[in-house]
Design a binder for this molecule. Structure first.
Ligand code: NAP
Length: 684
């Protein structure tokens, strides 16, 4: 009995009643499942996300949402063996499935961790420093980011049914925005299984996620300016969807990841016999065969120096001959099937176009030797390497994407021509440059950067730990200009901000401090009768300030500090040499002495709630301190970050050291860990 996939709408599972399409096993052609979204009320789904999911997510802080992602990743991780079984039906080998399933979980884990390290335990993200836009400082500006109040509609391609969903969901849920996930139909059975486990976990609040197995019906007609569409798939579909009248009329945020004629350039220095040559060949073969070449980032154009062209082709052919194609369930199989027979037919047609611009030097579009599989039933295809002689701008090699185990080799004369050829792809997701010469690396990497979202520069030094050409990392942006869709996903916190509105707040420093929970320069401070180091985390308020006693710096201070630290830089030790320096009028105190002495002034030494100093940020020495100058410190509680479930929180202190004339000589943030008040203890 073939299972009908269900959609998840308004917190209920929903079986499509009519017009189901058959989803087939890529390996043997059997029908795996049926999919239909008929009967779904798309307007109601959007409303549900906006009215139920959004408010529930927005109630949580970034840290609470991050912990939710972590719990979700752990829950799915324990159940992943069932996903692996289903993944084989998509044509994926075990390593392919690992990239999709474990890669997706890793993305959740990375966002869970970044959310707690790089975002505040608050519901508003204060972006960058305040802008002082008035002479007197009573009127300032501050950028903040808040979650959009709509729904993210996330449309995914068929090649990464698990990662594709999770890489979009992680930053979106962390931002506090609910999502409607629409997997590509042909592999939706795996997405549905992962989604079902997410629902079973009970970790996400109601309305946070919904799923559509099948078409999106009239959903686009109901989008508003608070919604976001994040699309991955073909350029044709992206164009159609981004030019939907409703998307245009409502300025719906639309981000697209589409086709890409990614390239890899072999440096002129990296001839046969060099480690870089070997790395290059390995990378091209891996990119051609991993996921049977159905990776949006796969190397489609191998751009190599003319003088190494024959050697590259010969070596690639020999390596491709060793690739075993067949049943992806077998451990000895290196490359499985394409996602469907239709897909194979499409790739064959594209190969014919590419071959017209050159010649096939490895593989046949019509024949492949298989291990334990039937080429008539499964969507198998041989790896195909094409030597493309026509490298002009209008050549098919720069226009046609064969979304399978297909790559072209193109020769170049000099480095400038390599850059030109690389950029003829009209915008790509990923490129790599394999060279042992850093000057060549700079010329090529910066020459192609305007046309590429990501550039891997590979050599013997980083090869061992390199994640490879084709792997998008959650820490770094994924996306590219032009035909790659012009979008950007992930990239750590950048990906979260795609789902948020950046707003420029303008007003008085005190008002903005209260809105942002972060003390701004010029805002009111409150003197506290109790030293701030004697206050538990809960008892501290943003703006609490202490003005310390002062210290007059002596020549003896400077000499003792120099002796203790061994820092005998002439500006501290030699009056004449110091005077000759354009910045100083004579011997100056060490900046580190000033900072150390400041600590001696603001620290309250007895054991208490302050547990540790874990760093300084943004330290600037703004004026020299000379013997005879008197320094004192203003020490202000700038920001508090509670740590969920831990006995302490982080407190950031705005620290300003001034001299006897009230001039700032140094400014920085001191970072401390401060204990929470023990239960039952008396507040101050
Ligand atoms: P596609 O036909 O454009 O489909 C992509 C997604 O759009 C699927 O979920 C599809 O659903 C949906 N879709 C199609 N028509 C739609 C419509 N009118 N309204 C709403 N949704 C619609 O792409 P594909 O051929 O499956 O995918 C392969 C392409 O994706 C390749 O060209 C590849 O380069 C690109 N890709 C890019 C990336 C990237 O990150 N840049 C990653 C992977 C793939 P159905 O399946 O139900 O039609």
């Amino acid at each position: 009995m073939v299972r009908s996939l269900e959609s998840y709408a308004q917190d209920r599972w929903h079986a499509g009643a009519r017009d189901a399409i058959e989803l087939r096993n890529a390996v043997n052609g059997d029908v795996v499942a049926l999919a239909s979204s008929s009967g779904l009320d798309f307007a109601a789904m959007l409303e549900h996300g906006r009215r139920v999911g959004g408010p529930a997510l927005r109630k949580l802080t970034f840290h609470q949402r991050a912990l939710m992602l972590k719990a979700l990743a752990q829950f799915l991780d324990e159940r992943k063996s069932q996903f692996y079984t289903l993944s084989t039906a998509t044509g994926a080998t075990r390593p392919d499935s690992r990239g999709d399933i474990d890669g997706g979980l890793a993305t959740l884990f990375v966002y869970a961790s970044k959310g707690r390290r790089e975002l505040p335990n608050d519901t508003v993200y204060v972006e960058g420093a305040a802008e002082i836009v008035s002479r007197g400082g009573s009127f300032i500006g501050q950028h903040v980011c808040v979650p959009l109040e709509g729904v993210a509609v996330q449309i995914n391609a068929y090649n990464f049914p698990c990662w594709g969903m999770l890489e979009k969901l992680a930053p979106c849920l962390l931002a506090g925005v609910p999502a409607i996930v629409k997997p590509a139909s042909s592999t939706a059975y795996l997405t549905e299984a992962v989604f079902r486990a997410m629902v079973e976990s009970g970790i996400l609040p109601p309305g946070a996620v919904q799923l559509v197995c099948g078409g999106l019906g009239d959903l686009f007609d109901h989008l508003t300016c608070q919604d976001v569409v994040a699309f991955t798939g073909s350029a044709g579909t992206a164009l159609k969807l981004r030019s939907h009248p409703r998307v245009l009329a409502q300025s719906v945020r639309f981000t697209a990841e589409t086709d890409s004629l990614n390239c890899s350039v072999l440096g002129p220095d990296a001839g046969p016999g060099t480690p870089e040559f070997e790395l290059y060949v390995k990378e091209v073969v891996r990119e051609m065969t991993a996921k049977a070449g159905q990776k949006c980032t796969a190397i489609r154009r191998a751009i190599v120096p003319e003088r190494h062209l024959a050697a590259v082709i010969e070596t690639l052919c020999a390596r491709l001959a060793a690739v075993r194609v067949g049943n992806p369930a077998l451990a000895e199989v290196d490359m499985g099937a394409l996602a469907s027979l239709e897909q194979r037919a499409q790739v064959r047609a594209r190969v014919a176009e590419l071959a017209a611009a050159g010649e096939i030097v490895y593989g046949s579009p019509e024949h492949v030797d298989l291990l334990d599989a039937d080429a008539a039933r499964g969507a198998f295809l041989s790896p195909i390497l094409i030597h493309c002689r026509d490298r002009d701008a209008d050549s098919a090699v720069h226009r046609v994407e064969a979304f399978g185990p297909v790559s072209t080799v193109i020769g170049y004369g000099d480095v400038a021509e390599a850059v030109t050829i690389a950029n003829l792809g009209q915008g790509s997701l990923a490129a790599s440059v394999v060279t042992g010469d850093d000057q060549i690396a700079r010329t090529i990497a910066l020459g192609i950067a305007p046309w590429h979202g990501r550039v891997l520069v590979l050599n013997r030094d980083c090869a061992k730990e390199s994640t490879g050409h084709g792997v998008p990392l959650p820490h770094l942006v994924h996306g590219g200009p032009g035909r790659a869709g012009g979008g950007e996903e992930m990239g750590g916190v950048r990906g979260v901000l795609h789902y948020m509105q950046r707003t420029a707040l303008q007003g008085s420093p005190t008002t903005l401090t209260r809105i942002c929970n972060r003390w701004m320069p010029g805002a009111a401070t409150s003197a506290t009768p109790v030293h701030p180091f004697r206050r538990f985390f809960e008892e501290l308020n943003v703006g609490d300030t202490t003005h310390t006693a002062t210290h007059t710096v002596t020549i003896d201070d400077i000499e003792r500090f120099a002796k203790l630290t061994g820092d005998e830089f002439y500006a501290h030790m030699d009056e004449e040499a110091a005077r000759a320096n354009p910045f100083f009028d004579g011997r100056v105190a060490h900046g580190y002495f000033v900072v150390s002495r400041a600590a001696g002034l603001f620290v309250d030494p007895a054991p208490g709630p302050v547990l540790a100093n874990y760093g300084l940020e943004n330290l600037r020495f703004t004026k020299p301190v000379y013997p005879g100058d008197t320094i004192g410190v203003r020490f202000t509680c700038k920001q508090k970050t509670a740590r969920e479930g831990e006995g302490h929180g982080e407190v950031r202190w705005d620290t300003e050291i001034r001299n006897q004339n009230g001039e700032t000589v140094a400014a920085y943030d001191v970072l401390t860990m401060v204990a929470r008040r023990p239960l039952g203890s008396d507040p101050h």
